[in-house]
Design a protein around this ligand. Structure first.
Ligand SMILES: *[C@@H]1O[C@H](CO)[C@@H](O)[C@H](O)[C@H]1NC(C)=O
Ligand SMILES: *[C@@H]1O[C@H](CO)[C@@H](O)[C@H](O)[C@H]1NC(C)=O
Length: 214
């Protein structure tokens, strides 16, 4: 993470005297990129529904919560993003976001996202098709959610950002992350975007991606 931040800083210094990089060029060149193979939602209002993987349909990524006048939080929708087959002996698995402008990103309220790892020490539990619904994970049972807080981020058009990095799965395998509205957000809020390999008007990769070996 530190090395890649330095590399990016150096790259942008060089960028002052050379051609303006395209958004995709901002992805660290030292490593490998993996796009999500599963985007699946969990819905508090429909706790036993197993939602489909939207990668094979419309690429929808959606997180939201409603906060009532009494302060109660309800109608939470959480988003899972899963990445397949990180090779054995990889290092520095880093979760990133990129939103070329113009973007499909729409937000309401104050949607700071809380990102946690899912099944961190059990890559083989990260499958699709699966039986994952809201009630699979909430209320929390013995430790499916892994490490607790992994990172927080506010998404915005024109952004390329690393959320955080961690050790890659021991022996290789899959990695998954859960996106929620952060617990300190006390208003109704939402994030919605379309995960694109090549986004609006040919803008390029849009959404979440994983890098490693940087
Ligand atoms: C879903 O759960 C059922 C019942 O527990 C099980 O038989 C089935 O194999 C599961 N399917 C997947 C894809 O995990
Ligand atoms: C982040 O999400 C995890 C998993 O749902 C939860 O345990 C934790 O309390 C949340 N933290 C914040 C700051 O939202």
């Amino acid at each position: 993470m530190r090395a890649s931040t330095a590399a990016l800083a150096l790259f942008s210094l060089l960028g002052l005297t050379t051609a303006t990089p395209t958004p995709v060029d901002l992805a660290p060149r030292c490593g490998q990129t993996i796009l999500p193979y599963n985007l699946q939602q969990l819905d508090e209002a429909s706790p036993s529904t197993v939602y489909p993987n939207t990668i094979s349909s419309n690429g929808n990524f959606h997180v939201e919560q409603t906060v009532g006048s009494n302060g109660n939080v309800y109608n939470r929708i959480y988003q899972i993003a899963a990445f397949a087959n990180v090779p054995a002996n990889s290092y520095a698995c880093q979760l990133n976001v990129i939103f070329p402008d113009p973007t499909s990103l729409t937000e309401t309220g104050n949607p700071t996202l809380n990102v946690t790892t899912l099944y961190l020490n059990s890559p083989s539990s990260i499958t699709y098709p699966n039986n994952w619904s809201w009630s699979t994970f909430f209320p929390p049972t013995s430790p499916p959610l892994g490490q607790g807080l992994f990172g927080t981020i506010n998404l915005e058009a024109g952004q390329t950002a690393a959320i955080n990095s961690e050790v890659c799965p021991n022996g290789g395998g899959n990695l998954a992350f859960l996106f929620t509205i952060a617990s300190w957000v006390s208003e109704s809020s939402s994030v919605d975007f379309t995960q694109y390999v090549n986004g609006l008007n040919g803008a390029g990769l849009t959404g979440v991606y994983l890098t490693y070996d940087c």
